[in-house]
Design a protein around this ligand. Structure first.
Ligand code: S3P
Length: 427
């Protein structure tokens, strides 16, 4: 696909689609709760639709009138065995969190996905779930999907020190722990997104969080709720970066999720000197608006506990750094290697093809800027966030065409991305 190039700016107001992490969880909690859950502004993208389809296969009735999704909860123990292996597509969140839910079931389920899913590590969730009493295994003795989960209604709470900073792992353990006997205590490596903890509280459960320590008593019942999904800051990130690096931009993003375990990109933009204002209009739903305009940016160093707060934004932050004055260093981000693709290598390789001064390191990236970008043949590698980052990079290109292979990957999290971007383009 030929990408739009040589643009001077983006202008206007945009509401990005619903948060992917919250959309997944709203179906999962709706299924595990007693009673009815309604979901407004659900993200209708491939990943979240995989979660919805999976719970339908597990016997949950879900109505969808195109606006509101209604989940008729079965209660924690009410899921039914699927009559075949379940395809979860490209979605790491679906396979990892559902493994936690199914750990407490009284049947066996097989979960599989696409080529990328077949390379995603699963021991990080299977090992703690096995400690709790579930039987989980990967394809022929490996840790990789397809995975087979034989749950047990006799799960036991555990104390678990997480070896990786991962909200998916934490969430899988918490979803199993809700069904277990006794208390579960998790110590996080770094604080990660806390949507699962928020939803446990919203659905009437109890959980104690003290810094990196999380405690939850098993045997809790959840009650259906009305959920309104805020816009996804990880999708907003592409427009924040586009507006700040193009010559003549002025943009307002409305109804963006501002949960502070997700707002690392706002901190980075602020440190780089972006002209931006953020207002949390709805404190209860942790959402608000962000205005941003063309900015003179300076390089920064990014590492340590901010990494989980911007893990999905790092490819587009690397693009941002190509336009900032000086050397940006991203470290402590080795988790990027086990995302939908190896995002350290993919980001460095594709941006270098366009003329960026960027180098992959063992745990991050080093970028020198500012550098003009030029045309090239690039690929998303089938990774939605790499594809969207490259589409933003192309807008800067004055010289040559940018041809993107596998553009359809964007439908994993943002099916209308190219349309929304072109609508904001100043012609
Ligand atoms: C997610 C957690 C993160 C993130 C992913 C969504 C979640 O993954 O990259 O896009 O919804 O819990 P990890 O937990 O593997 O870091």
């Amino acid at each position: 696909m030929k990408l739009l190039t040589n643009q001077i700016g983006i202008k206007g107001i945009l509401e990005v689609p619903g948060d992917k992490s919250i959309s997944h969880r709203s179906i999962m909690f709706g299924a595990m709760a007693k009673g009815t859950t309604t979901i407004r502004k659900f993200l209708r993208a491939d990943d979240c639709l995989s979660t919805k389809a999976m719970f339908e296969e597990l016997g949950v009735k879900i109505d969808d009138d195109g606006d509101i999704i209604t989940v008729h909860g079965t209660g924690v123990n009410g899921l039914k065995p699927a009559n075949k292996a379940i395809d979860i597509g490209n979605s790491g969140t679906t396979i990892r969190l559902t493994t936690g839910i199914l750990a407490g079931s009284s049947f066996t389920t097989v979960l599989y996905g696409d080529e990328s899913i077949a390379k995603r590590p699963m021991n990080r969730v299977m090992l703690p779930l096995q400690e709790m009493g579930a039987i989980c295994r990967g394809e022929s003795g490996t840790e990789f999907p397809p995975i087979t989960i034989t749950g047990t209604p006799n799960l036991k709470g555990i104390s678990y020190k997480m070896p990786v900073a991962s909200a998916q792992v934490k969430s899988a353990i918490l979803l199993a722990a809700l069904q277990a006997e006794g208390e579960t205590v998790i110590e996080e490596k770094e604080i990660t997104r806390d949507h699962t903890e928020d939803m446990i509280r919203q659905f009437g459960g109890q959980i104690t969080v003290d810094g990196k320590f999380i405690r939850l008593q098993g045997g809790q019942e959840l009650t259906g709720q009305d959920v309104i999904v805020p816009g996804d800051i990880s999708s907003a990130a592409f427009f924040l970066v586009a507006a700040s690096i193009l010559k003549d931009s002025q943009l307002k993003l409305i109804n963006v999720g501002l949960n502070q375990t997700r707002t690392g990109i706002i901190d980075v933009l602020t440190d780089m000197g972006a002209s931006m204002t953020v207002s949390e209009d709805d404190q209860q739903n942790k959402s608000g608006s962000i205005t941003i305009e063309t900015s003179r940016l300076k390089a920064v160093e990014i590492g340590g506990d901010i990494i989980p707060r911007l893990i999905d934004e790092l490819p587009v932050i690397a693009l941002l750094a190509t336009q900032a004055e000086g050397r940006t260093i991203i470290r402590d981000a080795e988790e990027l290697k086990v995302k939908e693709t190896n995002r350290i290598d993919a980001t460095a390789r594709e941006l270098a093809k366009m003329g960026a001064k960027i180098e992959a390191t063992a745990d991050g990236l080093i970028i020198d800027g500012p550098t003009p970008l030029h045309g090239a043949e690039v690929t998303s590698y089938g990774d939605h966030r790499i594809g969207m980052m490259l589409a933003v990079a192309a807008l800067l290109v004055e010289d040559g065409d940018v041809d993107l292979a596998k553009p359809e990957a964007v439908s994993v999290s943002y099916p209308n991305f190219f349309d929304d971007l072109s609508q904001l383009i100043e012609r």
